[in-house]
Structure formats: C-alpha cells, structure tokens
Design a protein around this ligand. Structure first.
Ligand code: XUL
Ligand code: CO
Length: 467
C-alpha cells in the first residue's frame, strides 16, 4: 500500500493554505478524484507491523470461538462525528475542514459527503454504518421539504450500499439539535412539538426500512428536565412511553423487523435525563409494558458519566437480557463531558468482548464507533488511524476474552464463590422455596458463617495475565 504521509498529502485538508481566520478551506476535492487519495484498502499485517495504516490484530476472517472476528465485532462507522464533526467543543470553534465539505447545508454537499463516507468505509473494511436523519440530509422549511431532502439522499445511500455491500446498522432521529426541541421531543410540554418529534420518527422508520436498517435507536438527549419547578415528570414519562408505543405500532404496520434500542445517558445536554442508565431504562420499560419490544444501545462514555465503570451497563444489560448494541467509545477520566474518544484500553475491550462472547454475539446490533477524533487530530489519516486502533483494541479484547473463557480459571473461581447456592439450603433460596423462618432455623443450627476472601487482588493478577 502506498504510504499516506503524516504531513500534508495531496487532497489532505492540511495541504491547503489557511484562510484569514486561520482555518483551512473546505472543498479542495475535485470531481473524479478520490476523497482519501494515497490510502488503499487497509490490510491485516499482524502484530509485528508498525504501519499505522494497517491492522495489527483485527483479522476479519480469523475464527475465534466458532465465529469470525467480523461476525463477533460487527463494527459500524457513525456518520455524525466522522463525516460531519469538525473539531468544535464546548469552548472552541471547528478546527477541521474536510476536502469534501463546502460548509453549506445544500443537497449537493450532502451527496458529496455520502460518497466520501462510502469511500472511507470501503477502504477501512467496515460493513456497517449509522446515521441521524439530519446528519445525512439538510432540514427543510416544511415537513414535506425535509422528507424530500432525506428521500433524495437516501436514494444515493441505497445505491452506495448496493455497490459496496455496506449495510445500515441503525438510524435515528435528531430530536435534540433543532431549537423546537429545546424543552424535549417526546417529553415536550407542548403536544404540537411532540407531534413534530413523532413525525420525524415516522420518516426515520420508513427510511430505515427502505435501507434495510437492522435497528432503530432512540436517544433522548432532551428527554428530561432542567427545572423541577416547571416539570410534571409523570406526564412527561407517560408521553415518552406513548411515543414509543406509536413507533412500535408503525414499525409493525409497515412490516419492518428492525430491533428497537434505547440509548441510556444520565445527563448532557439535559440536566436530568429519564434514560439515566441501563437499570433505569429497564425499569422504565417494565413500568410501561415495553420490556419485550426494546433492547438497549449501551455507550460506555455515558455509563461513566452515570458514575459507573466503563463496562458496568454492558454487563448489567446483558445479564438482564437487554444488551442489543454498543456505541463503542470511551471518555476521558479528567474531563467531565462526553468526549466520545476512540477506545484503546485493552482491559476494557476485553471485559466488553467477554460479555459479548457470553451472550453469544450482538447481532442484529454491533460495535458502532460513536467516536470522534480529538480536536487537535486534524489530518485525514487520523480518521483512519483512530478506527484502525479501536478495531485492533476490540480484536485483542476478543482474543483475550476467548482465552479467559477457554482457560476457565476466572469463571471457575466466580462459580466457586457462589457455590453455596448450588446445593442444600442455598439451592432452596434460589428456587424461591425458603422462608424467613427457614433461614432462622438454618442459622441456629449452623452458627456463624465462616469468613471467605473476595480475592480481588488475585482476580486482578489473573486479568493482567491475559491483557
Ligand atoms: C449522544 C449520542 C448520540 C446517540 C444517537 O451522546 O451518543 O449520538 O448515539 O443519537
Ligand atoms: Co451514542
């Protein structure tokens, strides 16, 4: 493969001169050129390779515990950060301009962006992508105009999917950026705004079906409240459930079999979000009788914002039967917001893939890179390297997790830890056959329980053996 030099290469935004504000000009790409010149198909070169533009661990066809790496991982590229993100953060302006992007909200720009996206994904070798309605097509002045814009881009996406074999992992509706949703979408106190949110969801369900999308995601960034004084939380949650029920009814009516996924997040942009974390979402689904129709899309950077460890919601949702998909990103422990960075911690990817192996896979969900390159990572090659690094991190995690399960050292230790419930009185408790009186009689007969070490340090030592 020809090299893609870290310094300005042809077609790289860094090759162009900055404008008066110090920004690099957009749209340096010309018809007939590649959007990512100098980058070929990213190949697997093995662990000894030092080529930044090659896989060292992700070997798509390699079989691990009965399935290929590609089947276990089901990687997805997200449209919003990767093709629309330009390095803006809560404190600063965009730092990147992309060669395909003329910075307008025109359909022509949307078409070009879609073509750049499919070139990128083809070269990377990722088989799935994800988008919000407004990532791929501009909003119009009316519902009809917005829908027509979306239809025009979707026709191109359909063609590009057919040409490349890349599939839609999921799509979703953006109910958080347009100003009309400032007080919420489905939880808006104004029924008219609720109806606008539902109208957007209806269109996404249609488009998702047309593109063969395997899931639909519901992330409620504005579904929550800022002030307890002006909010009727019960009515808002009832409305959210009503919205989900309408979406289910319409999905069934149009004959779509897309899996529905709620994406938990505790806060940001809203102070108190109703989908706080996995257990909160599962409680909500049971409260409203929706538990059979939804699974969860877990994003570890949201999990850590909720005050849990990276892997906590993946584990909890899986063990309760609700893990549907993962927005595979990570936060920065020293920054308080959703930095959406590409994962690189092998212990975390190992814990994630252990759960995925234990539940027999993620399909129809996947590992979607809801991630952005850092604001300072301004070269086009950084987009590739970020994805390659994260895919390698999950491939290593997959191999490690498979070894942990095959060796059965740690799982056997955990099983032994709970073995008092396997037989005798413990088994009676698990079977729901023991009463408080039975427990009292057991304790009077047995006396004080013996002390048993939790052995956390030993588990950590074993984990280091694998990672
Ligand atoms: C926001 C977030 C969203 C959802 C889809 O934090 O993760 O991009 O994944 O709306
Ligand atoms: Co996400």
């Amino acid at each position: 493969m020809s090299s893609f030099a870290p310094t300005a290469a042809s077609g790289d935004a860094a090759a162009a001169a900055p404008d008066a504000n110090g920004y690099l000009p957009g749209l340096t790409w010309k018809e007939g050129e590649e959007f990512f010149p100098g980058v070929g198909k990213i190949a697997y070169e093995g662990p000894s390779s030092l080529n930044a533009l090659a896989f060292k661990h992700y070997n798509a066809e390699e079989v691990v515990m009965g399935k290929t790496m590609e089947q276990w991982c089901r990687f997805g590229v997200c449209f919003w950060h990767t093709f629309r993100g330009k390095g803006a953060d809560p404190f600063g302006a965009p730092t990147m301009r992309r060669p395909w992007d003329d910075e307008t909200e025109s359909l022509e720009n949307a078409f070009r962006r879609a073509r750049a996206a499919f070139e990128f994904m083809t070269k990377l070798g990722v088989k799935y992508y994800t988008f919000h309605d407004r990532d791929v097509a501009p909003e119009g002045a009316t519902v009809d105009e917005s829908n027509a814009n979306l239809d025009a881009v979707v026709a191109l996406l359909e063609k590009l999917q057919g040409e490349t074999g890349i599939k839609l992992l999921w799509s979703t509706q953006n109910l958080f950026s347009p100003p009309r949703y400032m007080n919420g979408g489905a939880t808006n106190p104004d029924a008219h705004v609720f109806a606008m949110a539902a109208t957007a969801a209806k269109k996404v369900l249609e488009v998702n079906k047309r593109l063969g999308g395997e899931n639909v995601v519901f992330w409620g960034g504005r579904e929550g409240y800022q002030s307890v004084l002006n909010t009727d939380v019960k009515r808002e949650m009832d409305h959210m459930a009503a919205f989900f029920k309408m979406c289910l009814a319409y999905r069934n009516k149009i004959g779509s079999d897309a899996q529905f996924l709620i994406e938990p997040k505790p806060r940001e942009p809203t102070k108190h979000q109703y989908d706080y974390d996995a257990q909160t979402c599962i409680g909500f689904l049971h409260t409203y009788g929706l538990e059979k129709d939804f699974k969860l899309n877990i994003e570890p950077n949201h999990t850590t914002l909720a005050g849990h460890d990276y892997e906590h919601d993946i584990l909890v949702s899986s063990k309760l039967g609700f893990l549907g998909s993962v927005d595979a990103n990570t936060g920065d422990p020293l920054l308080g917001w959703d930095t959406d960075m590409f994962p690189s911690d092998i212990k975390k990817t190992t814990l994630t893939m252990k759960v995925v192996l234990e539940q027999g896979g993620l399909a129809p969900g996947g590992l979607n890179f809801d991630c952005k390159v850092r604001r300072e990572s301004t070269e086009l090659r950084d987009m590739f390297i970020a994805h390659i690094g994260a895919m390698d991190a999950f491939a290593r995690g997959l191999r490690n997790a498979a070894r942990i399960l095959a060796d059965n050292k740690m799982p056997a230790m955990v099983a032994e830890r709970y073995s008092s419930y396997d037989t005798g009185f413990g088994a009676k408790i698990e079977a729901g056959e023991a009463t408080l009186e039975d427990c009292e009689a057991f304790c009077k007969e047995q006396g004080e329980p013996k002390q048993t070490s939790g052995r956390a340090e030993e588990y950590e030592m074993i984990m280091n053996h694998y990672c």
